[in-house]
Design a protein around this ligand. Structure first.
Ligand code: ADP
Ligand code: MG
Length: 410
């Protein structure tokens, strides 16, 4: 199956082949024909599976048809949870649509000045990509009209609900034409997301690609036990000095701890920057640009701030603080192993956090190797207390844990 057979036409096909997209991913193969046919979709598919192109390509293709009514409001609206993601989707729209005559897009995201956004809204637009809060601001001041909206996309809908955007989304959707097309993307379609999905869509086709990547990124997963904060810090320092570290994202639990760690690492001589949700958009953009340019070697970030970062130089992810949820773990380690390269994900675990490892392993279906750095061994060897009923016992060299048995117990 290729993109042409899915119904994608000339200008975009050129862009795709230049970008090295030789064949559609599973979610693209499933979603593109249905989206082109105007169907509503509920899609769950793992991070990195190519969901952006799965909706953007067919919607750009549909923009070739004349708008159904005159006006200047957007024909496609994409809602995304964070500024960073919204900017990425906007950039993707411009990239995929590079061959389309006069494609007009706007990213309406918080943390950036209103001026440019307002100027863009004064002229006709094809695609708007927005975070819910800022979009509501513009709606509230009557600057945007949805009379000619054809398609609404909710990207990372579960994340938007986690971030408390449910009421905002409902308020936005209330302004849209009833006969629009709705495409909803979410890691899960259970619970509140499922209920929202049912309210927003009509006769939706469900696409479920499953949690396990079909093009599994080659990410080595390792865990180091840490006795206390001081030990963790020494482990981090030793890891970052490893010869094989090109660039690294270090995850911390809070904005405060990202800044503290960032200061500490700067004092130790690393080229380091922090990224968290309180930063102004301009500052975030500059920070990410320096990371892309290779000027920053270590980025210390919170979960939300780092979501969606796609920088090929990131060879390592280090979880300084363990992720709260197994899903966060998957999103975190997905920052490495990009662009077909391999990556290493190291989680520093306090002894009291070990139960989280089990949750993560269950969620991913992949074992995490327990390792030690010579000279920085934990005082407490986890082995004796580390009971795993009906599973192979712990080991300092868990490569001798048979992978097959893990899969079998899922
Ligand atoms: P998701 O939203 O599912 O997490 P993205 O849409 O961000 O994934 O895509 C992840 C990466 O895969 C991006 O770098 C994108 O350019 C790339 N990509 C998407 N589709 C293809 C394809 N068909 N072939 C090669 N690379 C692709
Ligand atoms: Mg995405």
């Amino acid at each position: 199956m290729n993109f042409a057979e899915l119904g994608i036409g000339a200008p975009m096909l050129d862009v795709l082949s230049r970008a090295g997209y030789t064949e559609p991913t599973a979610v693209q193969a499933a979603a593109i024909p249905l989206a082109l046919a105007g169907r509503d979709l509920l899609v769950s598919s793992h991070t990195g599976s190519g969901k952006t192109a799965a909706f953007m390509l067919p919607l750009l293709q549909r923009l070739k048809a004349a708008p159904r009514s005159p006006g200047r409001g957007p024909r496609v609206l994409v809602l995304a949870p964070t500024r960073e993601l919204a900017m990425q989707v906007d950039a993707a729209a411009l990239a995929y649509g590079a061959g389309l005559p006069r494609l007009r897009t706007a990213a309406l995201v918080g943390g950036t000045p209103y001026g440019l956004q307002i100027r863009k809204l004064e002229r006709p637009l094809d695609v708007v990509v927005a975070t819910p809060g800022r979009l509501l601001d513009h709606i509230g001041s009557g600057r945007i009209d949805f009379s000619r909206l054809e398609t609404l996309v909710l990207d990372e809908a579960d994340r938007m609900l986690d971030m408390g955007f449910l009421a905002d989304i409902e308020a936005i959707v209330a302004r849209m034409p009833q006969d629009r097309q709705t495409l909803l993307f979410s890691a899960t379609l259970d619970g509140v997301v499922g209920q929202l999905a049912r309210r927003l869509t009509r006769d939706a086709q469900r696409i479920d690609i499953g949690a396990t990547p079909e093009r599994k990124a080659d990410i080595e997963q390792v865990m180091l036990f840490a006795d206390d904060l001081r030990h963790k810090t020494r482990l981090l320092d030793a890891l970052l000095r490893g010869a094989e570290v090109r660039q690294c994202v270090v995850f911390a639990a809070t904005k405060r701890s990202t800044e503290d760690l960032c200061g500490l690492l700067a004092d130790s001589g690393f080229s380091v920057a922090a990224l968290h949700g309180d930063m102004q958009q301009g500052q975030r953009t500059r920070t990410l640009q320096r990371l892309r340019d290779g000027q920053t070697q270590v980025l210390v970030a919170t979960d939300v701030a780092a979501r969606g970062i796609d920088v090929a130089g990131i060879s390592h992810v280090i979880n300084f603080d363990a992720p709260r949820q197994a899903e966060d773990y998957v999103h975190r380690i997905g920052r490495t192993g990009r662009a077909g390269r391999s990556g290493v994900a190291v989680t520093l675990m306090g002894h009291h956090e070990r139960h989280r490892v089990r949750d993560i392993e269950r969620f991913t279906g992949q074992p995490i190797r327990i390792d030690v750095i010579p000279g920085l061994e934990p005082r407490f060897r986890p082995a004796p207390a580390f009971k795993r009923p009906a599973r192979p016992g712990p080991s300092r060299r868990p490569s001798d844990r048979p992978h097959a048995r893990w899969q079998g117990t899922r």
